[in-house]
Ligand binder design. Structure first.
Ligand code: PAF
Length: 281
């Protein structure tokens, strides 16, 4: 495994790799580090589907608002490299901020994610978040030129907006959505779970229980969104729910669920930590 820290080294490496292996496929797994089994599942998918796997580890400042946890975001460089090594990753790209953003933010080309998808749900409380995500993801795509890039379904809105960017800009990369990985008792894996106490982790289980209650209700034939929301909110009683939304793949609210085009999103705050979970139906 090679660890590259500069964009120059990475571009040079990719150019050489492509010249020597014109028919080989490259898989990119973009991450912000603090790797867990959720990330590992993305890496495994990339290893299965591509000849060469690149993992990027970069806590991207442009997707954090000034009041958010950029400084506090867990950074576990050594453990992350061990995980990548064990997973037989080919390249880890681990740049400093100045590598990805050599210029002051006012002197750079910036990005506007489509408003209808970016200003709702997560974007409502995190203005500019998806602009920053697209900015860094596009930079990573251009630097690594992947055949496929792997993203978790847990960050559902992010995944849909990245798919939209790829479609709108005709980017030559296939986005592979990967299922949510959970602890045995159901908590969706997230780097931010590290902030939770044992009690907090127990309370957080209400989120996946609420989604399970929705699945069960759907199986029993309930389709109306309001009824499904009521069922989930009963399970979440006593928990600070930021939003519970039943939407389609364009993130438009649905009155009633439709098979293969429904997304149920829950964001709740437990011990001050924002936790996301969702159900793709
Ligand atoms: O999902 C993440 O970890 C980040 O938003 C991403 C896609 C790596 C961009 O910084």
């Amino acid at each position: 495994m090679q660890v590259l820290c500069t964009t120059k080294e990475l571009r040079h490496h990719i150019a050489n790799f492509k010249a020597k292996n014109p028919n080989k496929t490259i898989g990119l797994v973009p991450t912000m580090g603090a790797l867990h089994n959720g990330h590992l599942s993305l890496i495994t998918q990339s290893k299965e589907q591509c000849d060469y796997t690149i993992v990027s580890i970069f806590v991207n400042p442009t997707q954090f608002a000034p009041n958010e946890d950029f400084d506090k975001y867990p950074r576990k460089q050594e453990a992350d490299l061990n995980i990548c090594q064990k997973a037989d990753v080919d390249i880890v790209f681990m740049p400093e901020i100045a590598q990805m953003y050599p210029l002051d933010s006012t002197l750079q080309t910036t990005f506007n994610a489509p408003k209808n998808m970016a200003n709702v749900l997560e974007g409502k409380t995190r203005p500019g978040h998806f602009d920053g995500v697209l900015q860094v993801v596009l930079k990573l795509f251009n630097l690594t030129q992947p055949t496929k890039a792997f993203f978790g379904q847990k960050d559902a809105q992010q995944l849909l907006i990245i798919q939209k960017m790829v479609e709108d800009l005709f980017l030559p990369v296939t986005i592979v959505p990967c299922p949510i990985i959970r602890t045995q008792d159901g908590l969706a894996l997230s780097s931010r779970n590290a902030y939770l106490s044992e009690n907090g982790k127990r309370e957080a289980l209400k989120i996946s229980s609420a989604l399970n209650a929705i699945t069960k209700a759907i199986m029993q034939g309930i389709k109306d969104s309001k009824s499904l929301e009521r069922i989930a909110l009963e399970v979440l009683e006593g928990t600070e729910v930021e939003y519970l939304a039943i939407v389609d793949r364009e993130l438009e609210a649905l009155q009633s669920i439709k098979k293969d085009s429904t997304l149920v999103l829950i964001v709740a705050r437990i011990e001050g930590v924002r936790l996301l979970d969702n159900l793709w139906f």
